[in-house]
Design a protein. Structure first.
Length: 100
């Protein structure tokens, strides 16, 4: 490999798992642009832990969809959930680094 040229998979190795976990719902809800979708999918393809988390979240989304009759959540609720998910991922990451 020559200097300054990286293999295509290198960009996915740099993608932090906590960022992927925080953005899984954006991917599930098709709310990210194609570049973000490719980066997230590339990381999921190479990270079994994140892929497992994605699978659980996908099943949860399907269950909620079936049980709630495909009603859309109010935007305020959706935004609060996004904030809480990102906050919890950040807290877990910080705790892990402190203990690790």
């Amino acid at each position: 490999m020559s200097a300054g040229v990286s293999e295509p998979d290198d960009q996915f190795e740099d993608l932090d798992c906590s960022a992927v976990v925080a953005d899984i719902w954006l991917l599930l809800d098709n709310e990210c642009d194609s570049g973000a979708r490719e980066r997230l999918q590339g990381h999921l393809d190479g990270c079994p832990s994140c892929l497992d988390h994605y699978g659980v979240q996908r099943q949860l989304k399907e269950l909620i969809s079936r049980k709630c009759g495909n009603d859309a959540a109010p935007e305020g609720l959706r935004e609060r959930l996004r904030v809480e998910i990102r906050r919890s991922v950040t807290i877990r990451q910080s705790t892990y680094r402190a203990e690790g």
